[in-house]
Write a protein that binds this ligand. Structure first.
Ligand code: 5RP
Length: 262
């Protein structure tokens, strides 16, 4: 692997090969999402526990201090909104020059397998890999299910993950599901777990993250379950304990509760 790509990947994973990405990209189709109205303020108390941000260029340029930023995974697909046509109808939104200018360590693109825009969005991934490879920039492929949350099961997610790796993704982001090893075992590149809508309890979040990591995930890309929580820094600290410190669920809950004053 090229030195530059190795160097970028090393900034996205700890020395243990694990990662905790903080996505704040939701506004690209949802608008000013609850608790993400001012992304800079959302990130400030949490970022010390995270390894990278996942965000669009507009939020990076306007809300994140370039002299005090985490490594960046730039969200480069979009062009749809929650009030418009199908969310799957995405295009690539950001040029390779802009990716380089922003000094992104990686880029992220959504793919909507099993939809009318399957070919278009897998084409976006392929085109992005072609654009990024000459510069040694890793691509994270995002398994997107739009509003069809029931698609989050092992057979479908394993199919998506494998296709993304075959098309050249360096990292795959997918949802946690039962039998998660079926997803990781069939995917030859690192798999990170996305969160989805907020869970009812912090323990539930820690449980699915713990299970996913035991079954081969290298980390998480978790947004709403962190920054929409009652105490975001406590959740982030507890997640770090599971991801980077190999702590049990009970230990992580204790870390959370002590920090949250419970
Ligand atoms: C939005 C995304 C988000 O990065 C992803 O869904 C993770 O965030 P959350 O944990 O809130 O689901 O790709 O399209």
């Amino acid at each position: 692997m090229d030195w530059g790509k190795k160097n970028r990947l090393s900034q996205l994973f700890g020395a243990d090969g694990k990662c905790f990405y903080l996505p704040i990209d939701h506004g690209y189709f949802l608008g000013p999402t609850n608790k993400l109205e001012k992304p800079g303020e959302t990130v400030a108390p949490i970022k010390q526990y995270c390894d990278a941000l996942f965000a669009t260029r507009g939020i990076i340029r306007n809300c994140i201090d370039p002299e005090d930023s985490l490594p960046l995974i730039l969200r480069v697909s979009g062009g749809t909104s929650v009030v418009g046509g199908p969310l799957s109808n995405e295009m690539l939104t950001t040029s390779i020059e802009e990716v380089i200018r922003l000094n992104a360590q990686a880029v992220g693109v959504s793919c909507f397998v099993g939809t009318e825009h399957e070919k278009q969005t897998l084409g976006n991934l392929s085109e992005l890999v072609n654009l990024c490879e000459p510069y040694g920039i890793p691509v994270m492929a995002v398994t997107a299910v739009g509003k069809e949350l029931e698609k989050r099961e092992a057979r479908f997610l394993a199919l998506c993950a494998r296709i993304f790796a075959e098309l050249g993704a360096s990292v795959v982001k997918t949802y946690w599901c039962e039998d998660f090893e079926k997803v990781t075992e069939g995917c030859p590149v690192p798999v990170v777990i996305a969160g989805g809508p907020k869970c009812d309890t912090v323990r539930e979040v820690l449980e699915f993250v713990h299970d996913g990591i035991q079954r081969g995930a290298v980390g998480v890309n978790l947004g709403r379950n962190v920054w929409q929580a009652e105490n975001p820094p406590a959740v982030a600290r507890a997640l770090k304990a599971i991801i980077h410190e190999d702590r049990s669920i009970d230990e992580a809950v204790k870390i959370h509760d002590e920090m949250a004053g419970k």
